[in-house]
Ligand binder design. Structure first.
Ligand code: ZN
Length: 346
């Protein structure tokens, strides 16, 4: 099949990171699309909210008072899903009822003391503080012998189940590898054995050559809509240098990461003229102390919006029972994101 045939005919695309397929049905989006907004969800307008448990100086659940922080602020989640003192236990009944204990830690990272900011509204020096906080946390958690993986992520927007608009993210440290990381690690490992490079290094080269799925870039990072994207405006952020985690980034690469996060989130906001909701997170090497030259640092952005601020993609029906499916091609989505200004206008 020719690549041009893919643009108008149903086909499957392969995700080499997870080894899953996505069904693409481009013929279903024939009509021209307009990024109109029917209704803009309310946004935070106060720089300081006395009722917010993340604002500086306010009291959180359990009576702990936040310091008067001026850049970032990191603390243990008051309602942690994982706890460091979880007793070791295993449960087996034949191979049908299987469970095991999972120890870990959940941290919260406030990106800014300002309640009304988002990544798109923060400047590069401010976002650099966030990158530094993530890196510091990654290193500290990685040095704990009980932590074998660190998941850094952000849920942005009420639609993604984020109850507080104060700019913040989470870090969950696990004793074992979560499913996604485990799948990617296998793919990275096999690819390195076969080719001697990282899977994303070669994929990035291919995308830089083809150009059609690129969204934005700087000297050290590239953001693109992956060929196998499931979410309409899903993007993949890849480091140009094949490092395995944030702690290997040099000073100028950390600043470049802050810059590319700003560029990406501004494009998202400009696309629908609203504070764009998403789940984003980094995938990094396991933290069991071993070397993982096959692993390549990257971040995934998974936004739920399809055509406007109120039309959302649902994973239902065929997608729950069979496989993921999309109508908008990765190439069209990349074009939309590339064509909106990189400077904020909403
Ligand atoms: Zn990944």
């Amino acid at each position: 099949m020719n690549f041009s045939d893919l643009a108008s005919n149903p086909h499957r695309r392969f995700n080499p990171l997870t080894r899953e397929w996505v069904l693409v049905s481009p013929q279903r989006i024939q009509r021209p699309w307009q990024g109109q907004v029917e209704e803009v969800p309310p946004e935070a307008t106060l720089a300081y909210d006395p009722t917010c448990y993340l604002c500086p100086g306010n009291t959180r659940a359990g009576g702990v008072r936040n310091p008067a922080y001026t850049e970032t602020f990191v603390f243990d989640n008051d309602f942690a899903a994982l706890k460091p003192d979880t007793p070791q236990a295993e449960f087996h009944e034949r191979e049908l009822l299987v469970a095991r204990s999972e120890a870990g830690r959940c941290r919260v990272v406030c990106f800014s003391p300002r309640h009304d900011l988002t990544m798109a509204r923060m400047n590069v020096p401010e976002l650099r503080h966030v990158v530094d906080a993530w890196t510091q946390e990654f290193s500290a958690l990685a040095s704990d012998p009980h932590t074998n993986s660190v998941q850094i992520f952000e849920n942005r927007g009420a639609i993604m189940g984020c109850s507080n608009p104060h700019p913040h993210g989470q870090i969950w440290a696990d004793e074992t590898l979560p499913n996604e990381l485990s799948r990617e690690l296998t793919a990275f490992r096999d690819y390195r054995q076969a080719h001697g490079t990282t899977l994303l290094q070669d994929y990035l080269d291919l995308e830089l050559e083809k150009q059609e799925r690129l969204v934005c870039a700087n000297d050290h990072f590239v953001v693109l809509v992956p060929f196998w994207a499931v979410w309409p405006f899903e993007t993949l952020l890849i480091s140009r240098r094949p490092v395995s985690a944030l702690d290997e980034l040099h000073n100028d690469e950390r600043t470049a990461l802050a810059d590319i996060l700003r560029q990406t989130t501004i494009r998202y906001d400009n696309l629908f003229l609203t504070s764009f909701p998403y789940t984003m997170g980094f995938h990094q090497r396991p933290t069991d102390g071993a070397d993982y030259p096959e692993f390549h640092l990257h971040a995934h952005f998974y936004p739920p919006l399809l055509r406007s601020a109120t039309i959302k993609k649902f994973i239902v029906g065929y997608e729950m029972l069979a496989m993921p499916q999309r109508d908008l091609t990765a190439e069209s989505a990349a074009r939309w994101l590339r064509d909106v200004p990189a400077e904020r206008y909403c």
